[in-house]
Ligand binder design. Structure first.
Ligand code: HEM
Length: 141
């Protein structure tokens, strides 16, 4: 399909094509149907599937594709993305979830100290009583 075929798709429409039998993604606001390219992609089909239904612009650039790859894009072009349909926080192929529990180490260690502190106090108290009663019984001898 040529780039002059100006069919418009919504972002959500592309996101529905996210399987190995129907794999589309977006590169620079253009939709590509790479279903028939999965087995032939030099970088592997899996990496394309990871980007299925998403905006793969960053990943495509990060892979350092040469001019041959850029020319091949035209073969898989299916249309433009209507920019008004792109959600504010679009799911890009590089989107990473934020860590669920930041500062996990710090929180855990202080909670651990808080847990064992009373125990340490009791052990100290018992040892103190034991020591003082022991020394007094010694002095009795
Ligand atoms: C229609 C879209 C795409 C086409 C036509 C395409 C084409 C190609 C071609 C021809 C190569 C060989 C190297 C080169 O000539 O640059 C390649 C390599 C590669 N591609 Fe793609 N690619 C596409 C999409 C993607 C996407 C979306 C990703 C990542 C999510 C990706 C990841 C890679 C990687 C990692 C390599 C390097 C493989 C290696 O060097 O071992 N490609 N691609």
């Amino acid at each position: 399909m040529g780039a002059d075929n100006n069919k418009f798709f919504s972002y959500n429409e592309v996101s529905l094509h996210n399987t190995s039998k129907d794999c589309w993604f977006i590169i620079n606001a253009k939709a590509y149907d790479v279903t028939n390219f999965l087995d032939d992609h030099p970088g592997g089909g899996d990496i394309l599937l990871e980007a299925a239904g998403k905006d793969a612009s960053e990943k495509f650039e990060d892979a350092g594709h040469g001019s041959a790859a850029r020319l091949m894009l035209d073969e898989y072009y299916v249309g433009e993305i209507d920019p008004s349909t792109t959600p504010k926080h679009a799911v890009t192929a590089t989107t990473q979830l934020p860590p669920k529990e930041p500062k996990v180490g710090k929180g855990k260690s202080s909670a651990f100290i808080a847990k064992i502190l009373p125990f340490l106090l009791i052990v100290g108290l018992v040892a103190g009583i034991h020591f003082s009663s022991g020394s007094s019984s010694n002095s009795e001898l």
